[in-house]
Write a protein of this length. Structure first.
Length: 537
């Protein structure tokens, strides 16, 4: 039996081993090529971002609008901080947020090494990366906000960056604390719901301030006092420090499960397999179907429209977490489109992303058919026809998400004709969300196909594959843009929005036709590119 040497410095040996791995990894990098690509990417992103900011940044706010932002901005940012903190608490109650390699879990954490010291390096690397992403996002948002808000560009960029950093540090630290305390899943969910509900009540003016309102003050430093924000930054650092101090109390079973699932998820993301990414993320979040449906649907033997009924019964078994996520995505889409109507055009991307994510949940029945091709081949209909028959249930689910978005957009700032305009624009958003999600699920990339392409075409082809579903989802927000342009010109906004909605519906019809005849189109294209050669004797 192996016995550890009591005089051996195991922590030093582990640190040396990790430094050796880092040197080996760095030695395999071509620094010149890496720096060249990083420089080109940075310059291209900076030029494109600055150009887009000048084109779609929107007009400056008036004095009254700026007063409204100063009065309610901290509540809205507090809601964003509450959502981030809720995500952290839910992740911690499920064993997160650390993502370790399986070798670290099976060998390092089970060895006679101080567990906190063994986990400190991976935790610092993970929080360092998250803070870097948060800083980049904060700089971008602050730069765009400065185009419309009163104050210096540097001040808004600095405050937005500080808000992003403090919020990420708070969420990551809270996740570490929840994981070390082995917080039950139901308790993490309850705390998350309470924080988000309090922040939403603060936005609505029902309570004086929410627990996360001080974090909202960080993002409003150019127009509000800085003292509450400084206190929030200090609390974020304390929570992060407490989480790092309790690293040694994480669950080994949860770490093993997360390392296995995250490794598969990263591989699926590398292959751009959206369906596999969604399935693994649900397993990572312990998101299981309900044993009892929300509403029981009776089966009367041989039923007509079995595909519709199957999709409906599957939707009635969605867990509460998925229902809550769809409601949240509907609220985000509605508020983002309300901001687009107010003049902040870049929020189109946020609304499109929310609709796309909601569409992935709405098209679950069709995705399950794609996961079992042998069952699809056993039914007496073509695969394209079977996929199309799953669309009504998906559109119905997205219609409910759109209804939530309509309620959020109207209630946040009631105005004359707002409900009528929102109801006219809602169908386009629902159809576009289904189209974007369906396109991402059906058009699964083939790694062999990418390898056979010329290098000059591969990059553009992959970019097109990634952008196509999001573009389809964002297309559902075009009626809001058309209505805003008509309203600015003094025209009938509702009528123009209705025309744009009809155009989106026509585009959805084209998507349905493509979905039905996709295999036939692929065969015709292959026959045109590689015609069969005549057999010669």
């Amino acid at each position: 039996m192996f016995t550890a040497d009591p005089d051996a410095d195991l922590e030093y040996s582990l640190a040396e081993w990790r430094r050796w791995r880092t040197r080996r990894r760095i030695a395999e990098l071509a620094w010149i090529d890496a720096l060249y690509h990083a420089e080109l990417t940075g310059l291209a992103c900076a030029v494109a971002f600055y150009a887009l900011a000048g084109v779609i940044g929107g007009a400056a706010l008036s004095a009254s609008q700026m007063a409204d932002v100063s009065r309610t901005g901290d509540a809205w940012l507090g809601l964003a901080a509450a959502v981030a903190l809720a995500v952290g608490l839910r992740s911690g109650s499920r064993g997160g947020p650390l993502v370790l390699e399986q070798a670290d879990v099976r060998h390092v954490l089970l060895s006679p090494v101080d567990r906190r010291r063994a986990l400190l390096g991976p935790a610092l690397r993970q929080i360092r990366f998250q803070l870097f992403v948060a800083a980049c996002g904060g700089l971008a948002v602050g730069f765009l906000a400065a185009h419309r808000l009163t104050g210096s560009t540097a001040g808004w960029m600095a405050s937005a960056t500080a808000f992003a950093l403090a919020t990420v540090a708070l969420a990551f630290g809270a996740a570490l604390v929840a994981s070390s305390l082995r917080l039950p899943s139901w308790a993490g969910t309850a705390l998350a719901i309470g924080l988000v509900a309090a922040a939403a009540a603060d936005v609505a003016g029902a309570i004086p301030a929410s627990p996360t309102a001080p974090w909202g003050r960080i993002g409003m430093w150019p127009v509000q006092p800085a003292a509450p924000g400084i206190v929030a930054v200090a609390i974020s650092l304390v929570v992060l420090g407490a989480g790092l101090a309790r690293l040694g109390r994480v669950s080994l079973e949860s770490a093993e499960r997360r390392s296995r699932l995250v490794g598969q998820l990263r591989f699926a993301a590398t292959l751009q397999d959206v369906r596999t990414v969604v399935v693994l993320r649900r397993q990572l979040a312990l998101e299981l179907p309900r044993l009892r449906p929300w509403v029981r649907v009776r089966v009367r033997g041989t039923e007509r429209r079995p595909v519709w009924r199957r999709g409906l019964r599957g939707a009635l078994r969605w867990p509460a977490a998925r229902v809550g996520r769809l409601v949240l995505l509907g609220v985000v889409a509605g508020l983002a489109l309300r901001g687009v109507w107010a003049g902040t055009t870049p929020l189109l991307a946020l609304a499109g992303a929310a609709l796309f994510l909601a569409g992935l949940d709405a098209t679950e029945a069709m995705a399950q058919e794609l996961d079992h091709p042998s069952l699809t081949d056993s039914v007496p209909v073509t695969p394209g026809s079977l996929r199309v028959r799953h669309l009504p249930v998906a559109v119905g689910a997205m219609a409910l998400v759109a209804a939530v978005g309509v309620a959020a957009a109207v209630l946040v700032e009631p105005a004359t004709g707002a409900l009528e305009l929102a109801l006219v624009c809602a169908p386009a958003a629902a159809l576009a969300g289904v189209a974007g999600a369906g396109a991402s699920l059906v058009a699964v990339p083939d790694p062999v196909e990418a390898l056979l392409m010329p290098p000059e075409v591969t990059g553009a082809y992959q970019a097109f594959r990634i952008a196509r579903p999001l573009v389809l989802a964002i297309a559902g927000t075009l009626p809001v843009l058309a209505a805003r342009a008509a309203d600015g010109a003094g025209g009938p906004a509702v009528a123009v929005a209705g025309t744009a909605t009809l155009a989106v519906a026509a585009g959805f019809g084209v998507f349905v036709a493509w979905l039905r005849s996709r295999e036939a189109l692929q065969k015709a294209l292959q026959a045109a590119v590689n015609p069969r050669k005549e057999n010669r004797p």
